[in-house]
Design a protein around this ligand. Structure first.
Ligand code: JFZ
Length: 583
């Protein structure tokens, strides 16, 4: 029944997310589910510009510069004459991926700009014919990747093509209403996809993107005509019409709860997919390690993107941080590769991943006294050890509460412990109250765990800081009326004082309204603070607003209830309730 719960909730998000679901019936899907860590590479003529055109700075997705600057197709095509990635070294790139613990690699064969980064008979606008480089980098890379046991795949923009009069998207040169998309598919997209599926050995993936211009029938016949060339290759869900073999979430999106099936979260290493010279916002090794563990704990793969420059260099920070991630995976990879989602929900100390008879504890915050609580352990445990040095640790089971005595962590970012057990762990149990403990600096109860009353909803809000730099926040919304309520069940494990902080975003029209936070039968009033409007193309700003201080005299289960004091505008977009020990 609990399994059913997870599926229902997952389904809720699949229906509501900006994503296109896949059919997930492919017989060769298992390698993908096991792979867990992929490398995405955006590389094309835009890399030569590095985010600057005619002295103007276009921060945001660098591969969209032609669109952002409305560069005429003929003028943009001239960039090819200067594109000479002499530093490109397939063996080096593949070795970096290998060192990083990458299991599959997907590179842009042709992005929206329309330039083919491979040898093609279909269009002369390609790296072999139109650039001084004059070679096919994809050939060498596909060989180098496979040699290292890395599945190789191509990204291909099947609909958007700003170079072609009939391709989707370029309305600054060509009249969109006069376009014949069918002809574009017939003359360029499908023939090129056939070349890719024929000339580069066995491919793991064709990563389609941004579908358009085709009916379901037409998409189906395209997919069928391509699948016959390589029945083993998996097609991403952005092929459209639900005809993909696995699901891709929106850019930089992780579902808030476990999702069964084959799926992938895609993130880029900095703020852009294609190279931008002045984008230095690289995620640290710690951030990558946390992201990877978090995505795995929900049951998916992380495909992390890098954007090499126009000379063929991978940004030095990407090289360094990828290799650092690989070092962590060498020690703790068993908890990631081949795992399925964590059977125990997120805890203040970290997340879990699972394998048959094994639960992996990813400890990212060490409790002050070194005693780690893992609730919901309705199994018989025979051994617990630290994964990197195989040292056993002592533990105690009280009912279904497991207490583990932690040694000093060998890796403060994430040290993994493995619990070996017999029996069947109850599948991810949403009714398990979230642990709040004074042993952690901060306890975060995410919006997704709200029990909703009245019109309250849980929604994923999408916004961006820069062009194309999508972010997603799961929030409780629609708290308009007094009876619209978000309730959170928590289990406070130590008595003491706790400051309760609401993390929310609040547009002008919602601000200065009164709300009630109820805890242990006591009402605490608060007045909402304005942060920002909700606009997809602007940062959505969240504030951490302390609204009460409570004294918990007995450990136990408590419910936090939040609702408006009066009927009115939506109170706010509530992202989390935070408990900060105040002793
Ligand atoms: C697309 C591309 O336009 C972009 O340049 C990059 O290649 C990225 C990986 O994919 O952008 C998208 C496509 C789909 C969504 C968001 C951005 N989506 O479904 O949320």
């Amino acid at each position: 029944m609990k399994q059913f719960n997870v599926i229902l909730i997952a389904f809720f998000f699949l229906l509501n997310g900006p994503l296109i679901k896949a059919q997930e019936k492919h017989p060769d899907i298992q390698w993908f589910k096991d792979a867990k860590f992929g490398l995405f590479i955006h590389w094309g003529l835009y890399a030569e510009l590095g985010g600057v055109y005619k002295g103007k700075n276009y921060y945001g997705s660098g591969e969209w510069i032609m669109n952002q600057a409305k560069i005429p197709a003929a003028e943009y095509a001239g960039l090819a004459k200067d594109f000479n990635p002499v530093n490109f070294n397939a063996e080096e790139w593949a070795q970096i991926a290998r060192d990083a613990g990458i299991r599959y690699m997907v590179i842009t064969a042709k992005h929206h700009e329309g330039f083919s980064m491979f040898d093609t008979k279909i269009s002369d606008f390609n790296i072999v014919k139109a650039s001084p480089y004059g070679k096919d980098p994809m050939k060498a890379l596909s060989v180098a990747a496979r040699k290292r046991g890395i599945k190789f795949g191509f990204y291909y923009s099947q609909f958007l093509d700003w170079h072609e009069p009939n391709g989707g998207g370029n309305d600054w040169d060509f009249d969109e209403s006069k376009k014949n998309y069918q002809q574009y598919y017939r003359d360029k997209s499908i023939p090129q996809l056939k070349e890719l599926l024929t000339n580069y050995g066995p491919l793991g993936i064709i990563w389609f993107d941004m579908p358009g211009g085709l009916s379901r029938e037409q998409t189906k016949s395209m997919v069928d005509s391509l699948h016959v060339l390589q029945p083993n290759a998996l097609f991403s869900s952005r092929v459209g019409q639900g005809l993909g073999d696995y699901t891709d979430y929106g850019d930089s999106e992780v579902p808030p709860l476990p999702v069964p099936g084959a799926w992938e979260s895609i993130y880029t290493h900095n703020d852009t997919w294609g190279y931008i010279a002045h984008d230095m916002n690289f995620k640290s090794p710690e951030e990558i390690i946390h992201l990877l563990a978090n995505v795995a704990s929900k049951g998916g793969n992380l495909m992390l993107n890098i954007g090499p420059d126009g000379k063929g260099n991978i940004p030095p920070y990407s090289v360094r941080y990828l290799r650092a991630t690989g070092k962590w995976l060498q020690k703790f990879g068993e908890s990631i590769y081949g795992s399925t989602y964590g059977l125990i929900p997120a805890q203040p100390w970290g997340v879990t991943t699972s394998k048959p008879g094994k639960l992996f504890l990813h400890v990212m915050n060490r409790p002050e006294d070194g005693k780690l609580l893992v609730p919901g352990m309705n199994v018989s445990i025979h051994k617990i050890m630290q994964l990197d040095n195989k040292r056993p640790v002592t533990w105690k089971l009280k009912g279904t509460d497991l207490y583990v005595d932690l040694p000093e962590l060998s890796d403060k970012r994430n040290t993994v412990f493995v619990v070996a057990y017999n029996g069947r762990l109850k599948s991810f149990d949403l009714t398990l109250p979230l642990v709040v403990s004074s042993k952690y600096k901060l306890n975060t109860v995410d919006a997704v765990f709200a029990q909703r009353k009245g019109a309250a909803q849980i929604e994923s809000l999408t916004y961006s800081h820069y062009f194309g730099d999508w972010k997603h926040a799961t929030c409780v919304t629609h708290l308009n009326q007094v009876e619209d309520e978000a309730d959170f069940k928590v289990r406070v494990t130590e008595p003491g004082d706790y400051k309760i902080i609401l993390e929310y975003a609040c547009p002008e029209a919602s601000s200065k309204q009164e709300g009630i936070l109820e805890f242990d039968g006591q009402d605490y009033k608060f007045r909402t603070l304005r942060t920002s409007a909700y606009d997809e193309n602007e940062p959505l700003l969240f504030i951490k607003h302390p609204v009460s201080m409570v004294t918990v005299s007995h450990p136990g289960i408590y419910t936090v209830k939040i609702h408006p004091l009066h009927n009115g505008n939506e109170l706010f977009y509530l992202k989390a309730v935070l408990f900060e020990p105040a002793d």
